[in-house]
Ligand binder design. Structure first.
Ligand SMILES: Nc1ncnc2c1ncn2[C@@H]1O[C@H](COP(=O)(O)OP(=O)(O)OP(=O)(O)O)[C@@H](O)[C@H]1O
Ligand SMILES: [Mg+2]
Length: 256
C-alpha cells in the first residue's frame, strides 16, 4: 500500500548548513510520529519541506504516491497537509472564529456553508468555543496554541504537522492537547509532532524519530530511541550548547 506521506532522499542546505541530508521517511494514514532533536537540528525546516514553505535542493515529497515537491504551501494544504507554526501566526485583529473560518475557506478550499460549520466544530473541539469572538491578539499562551491547532484542523488535513504546540504549557494543559491530538489521529489523520516537551510525546506516540545533523539518528519506540547512545549524546549536548546554537540560528536567520 502506498504511504500517505513519503520523503525520498530530501536534501536541504542553507549555505553551508545542511538541515536535511538525504532524508527518507514513510508515514501511513493514522500514524502518529514524534520528532525530537536539538535546537537548530532542522525539525521546523523539515515541516517547511513537507508543507511547501521550503523547496529542497534535491529529493522528492510524495502524498499518496503523487509528487508534490513543486507545489506551493497553499496547494499542498488543499491536498490535505495542515500545519501549525512554532511561533503562532494568527491574524491578531481578527476574532478567533474569523481566523478559523479563514483557514477553513482558504486553506481547506471548502465551500462557504460547510466552512462555517467546520469552523464552529473545530472551535468546540479545541476548547475555544467561549473565545470565538475574542480578537486573536488578546489570547493567552494556551489559547494561542489551541488556535494554532484549530486553524490547522479547519483545513481538514489528512496529515497534520504540529510544531511545538506543548511548549510553555502546564502538565494538565499538555494532557488536554494530547487528548485532542489523539482524537484527531483516531479519525485516521496522520500526525507528525515536533516537541521538546518529551512527556507529551512519550505518552502519546508509538513511534519517535530523532533528527540531528541533517539525519535521522533514531527511529522506533520512544523508550528505545531515547535510550540509544547517539540520541542520548545529542540530548546531553544540547544542555551545554543550546544557547550557542540558538544564537547561531538567530544570526543565520538575520543573514538570510
Ligand atoms: N530560511 C532560513 N534561512 C537560513 N537558515 C535557516 C532558515 N531556516 C532555518 N535556518 C537554519 O537552519 C537550521 C535549522 O533550523 P530549524 O528552525 O529547522 O531548526 P529546529 O530543529 O526547528 O530548531 P528549534 O528546536 O530551535 O525549533 C538552523 O541553523 C537555522 O538557523
Ligand atoms: Mg523549530
Amino acid at each position: 500500500m502506498t504511504a500517505l506521506l513519503e520523503l525520498d532522499r530530501i536534501t536541504k542546505r542553507f549555505g553551508s548548513v545542511v538541515v536535511a541530508d538525504g532524508l527518507s521517511l514513510a508515514v501511513g494514514a493514522g500514524d502518529i510520529v514524534g520528532i525530537v532533536g536539538p535546537n537548530g537540528a532542522g525539525k521546523t525546516s523539515l515541516f517547511g519541506l513537507i508543507g511547501g514553505d521550503l523547496a529542497p535542493n534535491s529529493g522528492e515529497v510524495r502524498l499518496e504516491g503523487r509528487p508534490v515537491t513543486r507545489l506551493d504551501a497553499s496547494a499542498r494544504c488543499r491536498l490535505g497537509i495542515g500545519r501549525t507554526y512554532q511561533v503562532p501566526r494568527p491574524f491578531v485583529d481578527m476574532t478567533v472564529f474569523e481566523n478559523v473560518l479563514m483557514a477553513a475557506q482558504q486553506g481547506g478550499g471548502q465551500r462557504r456553508r460547510l466552512s462555517y460549520a467546520r469552523a464552529a466544530a473545530v472551535l468546540e473541539r479545541t476548547g475555544l468555543g467561549n473565545d470565538a469572538n475574542v480578537p486573536a491578539g488578546r489570547l493567552g499562551l494556551l489559547s494561542r496554541k489551541r488556535l494554532e491547532m484549530a486553524r490547522a484542523l479547519a483545513t481538514a488535513p489528512r496529515l497534520l504537522l504540529l510544531d511545538e504546540v506543548a511548549g510553555g504549557l502546564t502538565d494538565p494543559e499538555v494532557a488536554e492537547l494530547v487528548t485532542i491530538v489523539t482524537s484527531v489521529r483516531d479519525e485516521g489523520v496522520a500526525v507528525l509532532w515536533i516537541e521538546h516537551v518529551l512527556r507529551a510525546l512519550t505518552a502519546s506516540v508509538p513511534r519517535l524519530i530523532c533528527l540531528a545533523g541533517g539525519s535521522f539518528i533514531g527511529d522506533g519506540a520512544p523508550a528505545e530511541v531515547l535510550a540509544e547512545p547517539a540520541v542520548r549524546e545529542v540530548f546531553l549536548g544540547t544542555e551545554v550548547t543550546t544557547s550557542l546554537a540558538g544564537l547561531a540560528g538567530e544570526a543565520a536567520r538575520e543573514d538570510a
